[in-house]
Design a protein around this ligand. Structure first.
Ligand code: CDP
Length: 432
């Protein structure tokens, strides 16, 4: 069973699959794995060692004896062979010429497929290649085959200034015995020679239709993005809160109503998420612990209310990744910079998680402060009191490249603190 989402992007040489796969990975916040680069890397290694590429047994032996390390670094696959980084040589003429031959050796494929599967154990990935949907991950429901007319493909390679006999490679890739280039029966074929842009929007739509939680920037206007459940929850929580808690939102006009944005608020009670959601005209995303969704009812309802399950809230890796993915998709999300709910009603120190998300996405932050929710429903109490609740929205904070030029825990901590300081400045009497 697959533990992560795998999006398979297959197709012939120079069909445009690399740019599609990269753009998709970027939009979805997935890692990008170029399986072709792995075949190119071992080809370079075999050539370097002077092994005859015409002798499959010798090629297989050379690869078996080498130490291949494959990892995801900065959301991309990287390969090292016997401690060498082959990256600068992947598009060498020699490699272009014989890569299809080396790739036709089944033992070579076996070894590299194991590495590909390892990558997919570590993260959600967009993987491009020839046989990703047909052989490497036949079980993934997300398969695309990017094609383009031979003329367009030759033209593209020429424009890249490469000597690459793509027709010969295509012939070799399609006719080999081991995992030939084929269109997987359940793959969606996209002809990129006829698509003016790049086909990414089309794929995003297909992914959404197949149930992957993607939220493309090109979807409808934000206000319309609320599904009926969200819309009902939104208005019901507003009505109930106004009736029982005299709920008010001050400076709602400061909210950023489109594009990626982090709503950062202090955390007092379980009322906070729906009330914070009311500060925006559009649907926003919330994170919740996976276990909350174990219950049949919540498991059914919460995803409809844009609740994304994560291993743990706060600084957990899966939570941070989910936030980055939401923001890269151009959406809005609620973050509690303090991590958890306050015990005594006071503000708590900021955690570095928010800063990391800011550094990775440069998304603007709207600081918000909630008052009265602690009195209405203190942490650890079963009793709800009819105390008035107010949210004050602050001025958005826009970060620049310079703010995130350095990386590291201290930098993230400082970014989080900057947001927390803005939250602390907000007051009900309007000075904030
Ligand atoms: O040039 P282009 O980017 O289209 O090709 P690539 O993805 O870099 O792949 C180079 C070569 O590796 C292909 O021509 C195939 O022979 C081989 N390959 C493969 O056999 N299976 C894969 N999943 C990916 C690449």
């Amino acid at each position: 069973m697959l533990i992560h989402h795998i999006i398979a992007i297959d197709g012939p040489a120079a069909s445009g699959k690399s740019s599609v796969a990269r753009a998709l990975a970027q939009r979805l916040g997935f890692s990008y794995v170029n399986s072709g680069a792995m075949y190119r890397a071992v080809t370079w290694h075999v050539l370097l060692r002077g092994v005859s590429v015409y002798e499959p047994a010798a090629v297989a032996a050379a690869i078996e004896q080498s130490r291949i390390v494959c990892d995801l670094i900065d959301n991309q696959s990287r390969i090292l062979i016997d401690d060498h980084d082959p990256t600068p040589h992947l598009r060498d003429d020699d490699v272009n010429r014989v890569v299809s031959l080396v790739s036709s050796v089944s033992r070579v494929r076996e070894i590299l497929v194991a590495h590909m599967r390892e990558c997919a154990n570590k993260d959600d990935v967009v993987m491009e290649g020839r046989d990703i949907g047909s052989v490497v991950f036949p079980e993934t429901p997300f398969k695309f085959y990017i094609d383009a007319s031979p003329e367009v493909r030759v033209q593209r390679r020429r424009a890249e200034g490469q000597r690459d006999e793509i027709a010969a490679r295509d012939r070799a890739d399609s006719s080999r015995v081991a995992s030939p280039l084929v269109v997987a029966p359940d793959a969606v074929v996209i002809d990129s020679s006829t698509i003016a842009i790049d086909g990414v929007d089309q794929i995003m739509e297909r992914l959404a239709a197949k149930g992957l939680p993607v939220h493309s920037k090109t979807e409808m206007a934000p206000r319309q993005r609320m599904n009926p459940y969200y819309w009902l929850g939104y208005w019901l929580s507003r009505l109930l809160a106004q009736t029982f808690f005299r709920f008010r939102i001050l400076h709602r006009e400061r909210m950023i109503q489109s594009g990626p944005v982090i709503l950062a608020m202090n955390h007092q009670s379980f009322f906070d998420p729906p009330l914070a959601g009311n500060a925006a005209d559009r649907a926003i995303f919330f994170l919740a612990r996976k276990t909350l969704l174990d219950h049949w009812f919540w498991g059914w309802l919460l995803p409809k209310l844009n609740v994304i399950p994560v291993d743990q809230e706060g600084n957990d890796r899966s939570a941070l990744k989910a936030l980055i993915r939401i923001l890269r998709a151009g959406e809005a999300t609620l973050v509690f910079p303090e991590g958890g709910r306050t015990l005594d009603g006071n503000l708590q120190p900021a955690q570095p998680g928010l800063g990391l998300v800011i550094a990775k996405t440069l998304a603007p932050v709207v600081p918000m402060r909630i008052f009265g929710a602690h009195e209405a429903w203190p942490r650890g109490s079963n009793r709800i009191r009819l105390h008035s609740i107010t949210i004050v929205v602050g001025h958005p904070i826009f970060f620049t490249q310079a703010d995130v030029a350095e990386r590291g825990k201290e930098v993230y901590q400082r970014l989080s603190e900057r947001v927390m300081n803005e939250i602390a400045k907000l007051t009900i009497d309007g000075k904030g």
